[in-house]
Write a protein that binds this ligand. Structure first.
Ligand code: NAD
Length: 260
């Protein structure tokens, strides 16, 4: 998209999966990208790939659920690039998978703050930098937030993802006066590293296991999980002026998995 040239983006969870692929693809279209992830070395590969394609990127270490760290991350973007146009609030974890009766309150809190509080914080701290010239914010929810509830033990995850969808619509309404668009993407199973951050309590999960008609990743369209690059295509579209009349929308990217 030619409208992306010379824009500045902040991408959270940019060290892996959909954040990484989206940062790389935005940079290929001329966007300067700020790569936010938990640890500096998480963003290294992304930055190297962007630079090897002739693009520009900086890494910012921040925990997206920590208000001070995140606010500071936005300050660094302005310090380096003097403006901000695009925000991809994408970092998230599966967290602990366990039946509700076994899920500990602190495990619930970890998932909700990493996935949901972070969304609020990312949008909140983006506003002062986007409100003068408008911009595009894209949030990553999941089909698990509204349509698919066959991943047992995911009550905290699904709750956080559903709330992100509600939040995105409130934000789209509130921020329309500033010409800030807010859209949320709902991926189905995508081939990433998210499983590494999952803590399944396998024996406990057997308590609630019921036969699944269609196993995860068995998507009608391609019969396999989607790729982070396919998600990056959607993020580029939503970030660009090609979607200038689209806000407050939930976009499913799941090869029809949510229709099963
Ligand atoms: P991933 O694990 O490959 O990448 C997530 C990145 O976020 C990692 O680099 C990780 O270090 C970072 N991160 C985690 N917690 C963070 C924190 N507190 N602060 C800063 N960075 C943090 O996973 P992914 O699949 O690319 O996940 C991206 C988003 O997509 C998540 O919100 C996830 O819930 C959502 N999602 C994933 C799938 C899937 O099948 N992979 C499906 C639907 C939705």
């Amino acid at each position: 998209y030619s409208s992306l040239k010379d824009k500045v983006a902040l991408v959270t969870g940019a060290g892996s999966g959909m954040g990484k692929a989206s940062a790389i693809q935005l940079a290929k279209q001329g966007v300067k990208v700020c790569l936010v992830d938990l640890k500096k070395d998480h963003g290294k590969e992304t930055k190297e790939e962007i630079e090897s394609n002739g693009g520009e990127a900086i890494i910012i270490e921040a925990d997206v659920s920590n208000p001070q760290e995140l606010e500071h991350a936005f300050e660094k973007v302005i310090e380096r690039f003097s403006k901000l146009d695009i925000v991809f609030a994408n970092a998230g974890i599966n967290g602990t998978m366990a039946p509700i009766e076994d899920l500990k309150p602190e495990e619930w809190d970890e998932t909700l703050s990493t996935n949901l509080k972070s969304t609020f914080l990312t949008v909140k701290y983006a506003i002062p930098h986007l409100k003068h010239d408008g911009g595009s914010i894209v949030l990553t929810s999941s089909i698990n937030g509204s349509r698919v509830f066959s991943n047992f033990g995911m009550s905290a995850y699904s709750s956080s993802k559903a709330a992100q969808v509600a939040f995105s619509k409130m934000a789209a309404l509130e921020l329309a006066n500033y010409r800030i668009r807010v859209n949320v993407i709902c991926p189905g199973a995508i081939e990433t590293n998210i499983g590494e951050n999952t803590h399944p309590k396998k024996e406990q999960l057997q308590k609630i296991e019921i036969p699944v008609k269609y196993p995860e990743g068995n998507q009608p369209l391609e019969h396999q999980p989607g790729t982070p690059e396919q998600v990056a295509d959607l993020v580029s579209f939503l970030a660009s002026d090609a979607s200038s009349h689209i806000t407050g929308t939930e976009l499913f990217i799941d090869g029809a998995e949510s229709l099963l």
